[in-house]
Design a protein around this ligand. Structure first.
Ligand code: ZN
Length: 150
């Protein structure tokens, strides 16, 4: 990755960490699931508003490291308006970007989430980046249990 691109990505991550998007308790949420990454101590509660199989709104609360906060902030923005199937497909691409083989990475397919591509070089941080998505996965499957990355 080029250094100037890496700097730009870090700037976006810092921005989302300093000023997280969709950071509030959604009182009338249709889905609410808690996620926990014991390796790092990241905790979040994800709220979704659904219309049929479409995600119409998403928000979160919690506290975690910069990577986990930026990841859930970006995710709650990007999944609004997606169907469950579209959100799951995006999760699969995000997962491939952070943990998969180099040749499976498609940065264009993940849009803004590409800023988190750098975590694949830091295995300990991958769970920070994927916690939001595992929690979303549980919420879409309507699992009420709190999820843990361990
Ligand atoms: Zn973390």
């Amino acid at each position: 990755m080029f250094d100037d691109l890496r700097d730009l990505y870090q700037e976006v991550i810092f921005d989302h960490n300093r000023n997280p998007r969709n950071f509030y308790v959604m009182e009338d949420a249709d889905r609410k699931v808690e996620g926990f990454n014991p390796l790092c101590g990241d905790r979040l509660t994800l709220f979704l508003k659904m219309d049929g199989d479409k995600i119409t709104d998403a928000s979160f609360q919690g506290s975690g490291c910069a990577i986990s906060t930026a990841s859930v902030s970006l995710m709650t923005d990007i999944v609004k308006g997606l169907t469950e199937a579209e959100a799951e497909a995006l999760f699969a691409k995000f997962h491939a970007m952070t943990t998969g083989k180099e040749e499976d990475i498609n940065l264009e397919a993940v849009g803004k989430l590409a800023v988190l591509a750098g975590v694949r070089e830091y295995p300990a941080r991958v769970k920070c980046a994927t916690l939001a998505w595992h929690t979303l996965d549980a919420a879409l499957k309507n699992e009420q249990e709190a999820i843990s990355t361990e």
